[in-house]
Design a protein around this ligand. Structure first.
Ligand SMILES: [Zn+2]
Length: 307
């Protein structure tokens, strides 16, 4: 089986300011993901004939334009999945009742906007615990897609949080347990702890390459030269599921109104057209290798018997 799912986390711009410990952005920059990126993603997806899976944050949908954009994407055949109510980076550390509320009200907001109850979940910052995954499972999810067993990403994230602290700012992002690096890299049923196999919720891990387990996701693909992106893609070919994860910001750049963020995030300094052509090259490599593009919901059905 060769399936590829391309998913996009629709984290709005204030989340990135929070990661870097910066104050809240003002004006139109606050909503660039829904107001600008969503259309770019839809046209790229149409061009590539790829059905996207969009992970939406429930509280963003109280804005009418965001809810309407998501509904239009859903009508186009995209899947909309749950990225929690408020995208709290410390979701996995909240008290049980609040954790449950964040998961269930995120799902309800999506259902109100699209008319369809989401079946998939992705945790903010990829940080999960057994407690959070139990809540996700009890809420009736068909799959979770948060585990990212990538040593390079783990090291970079930990270093980034430390560097921000050295600058006297506090990142809203949190350091995860390194045990996540022991998790399987292919679809599996979670055990306890969640990085071991068991017979619990179906986990569709975020993609890493074979061997070095390099990150095959939007940030690495948009920053890398096309030849490097294609080589990362080739490092995934042969995997039964390639779970390529992007963010809305992957198709935005500083000229969209993100000058304040460009200083802190090198990917924002790369023009969005260049980034989109890099993403197309990586997806093209997989298409050329015979991959069929599906939503994560379809992938979850195909892998529901995973051990
Ligand atoms: Zn997110």
């Amino acid at each position: 089986m060769r399936l590829c799912a391309v998913s996009v986390d629709l984290d709005e711009i204030p989340n990135y300011f929070g990661i870097h410990g910066l104050g809240e952005p003002q004006g139109p920059a606050r909503t660039l993901v829904y107001d600008v990126a969503l259309d770019r993603l839809a046209s790229m997806a149409a061009e590539l004939s790829v059905p996207l899976t969009l992970f939406a944050i429930g509280s963003d949908l109280s804005r009418e334009r965001a809810a309407a954009g998501l509904k239009a994407a859903c009508d186009r055949g995209f899947e909309v999945a749950n990225h929690s109510l408020d995208h709290r980076y410390d979701l996995a550390r909240l008290a049980p009742d609040e954790m449950r509320r964040q998961v269930t009200e995120g799902a309800s907001a999506i259902e109100r906007a699209t008319g369809i109850a989401p079946v998939g979940f992705r945790a903010p910052g990829y940080t999960v615990t057994d407690e959070l995954l139990a809540v996700v499972s009890e809420a009736g999810a068909l799959y979770d897609s948060s585990v990212f067993p990538c040593p390079a990403y783990f090291a970079a994230k930990t270093a980034k949080i430390a560097a921000i602290a050295l600058l006297g700012r506090t990142s809203r992002s949190i350091v995860d347990t390194p045990s996540v690096l022991r998790a399987p890299t292919r679809p599996y049923r979670i055990g306890r702890p969640y990085w071991k196999r068991g017979n619990g919720l179906l986990e569709l891990p975020i993609q890493v390459t074979r061997g070095l387990r390099l990150p095959f996701f939007g940030t690495s693909l948009t920053l890398a030269a096309p030849s490097m992106g294609r080589s990362l893609a080739r490092g995934c070919i042969g995997e039964p599921l390639v779970n390529l994860e992007l963010h809305g910001i992957d198709v935005l750049d500083e000229h969209d109104g993100l000058q304040a963020l460009a200083k802190h995030q090198p990917d924002v300094r790369v023009g969005h057209e260049k980034k989109m052509s890099r993403l197309r090259a990586a997806v093209g490599e997989l298409a050329g290798a015979g991959y069929t593009f599906v939503t994560l919901r379809e992938a979850a059905r195909a892998f529901q018997d995973a051990a």
